[in-house]
Design a binder for this molecule. Structure first.
Ligand SMILES: [Zn+2]
Length: 143
């Protein structure tokens, strides 16, 4: 049984359903993974904060104390980045539910499938993303 594989790419405005399913799976897997990482990060962060509090002047090793400070900062930054990524994943899943997934929020052209597969929560097409990075604009998201 031969499948008709002739796809008119120019006519495709939205992501085909089978690719949506695949990308949704990618997003959900990523969400689970980042969520687990975040739990681990937060537990590290708790440890660091507790250690610093419980032993405010651990005379043992001063180098250790500064390492603790650094890693608390590091884990704090890490958890912020992870939260940020989770928010982006959630927003991508939301766009999927509303049927506007894969459409550039700036120029409303479709984002290439290739780009979405490497970055499933991409909000902008390659051109607009490059443009934004060039201008370094911090435009607040439209709601
Ligand atoms: Zn665009």
């Amino acid at each position: 049984m031969a499948l008709k594989k002739k796809i008119q790419t120019e006519e495709i405005k939205t992501i085909p359903p089978e690719n949506i399913l695949e990308l949704r799976k990618l997003l959900l897997e990523r969400k689970t993974r980042v969520h687990e990482q975040q739990i681990s990060t937060l537990s590290h962060l708790d440890e660091q904060v507790l250690e610093n509090r419980e032993t405010p002047s651990s005379r043992g090793d001063e180098a250790d104390a500064s390492v603790n400070d650094t890693s608390a900062d590091y884990f704090y930054l890490l958890s912020t980045n992870q939260q940020n990524e989770l928010n982006q994943i959630e927003s991508a899943l939301d766009r999927m539910n509303r049927g506007i997934y894969g459409i550039c929020e700036n120029c409303e052209e479709s984002i290439s499938l290739e780009r979405l597969k490497s970055l499933p929560y991409a909000r902008f097409c390659v051109d607009c993303q490059a443009e934004r990075e060039r201008k370094k604009l911090s435009v607040s998201p439209k709601t």
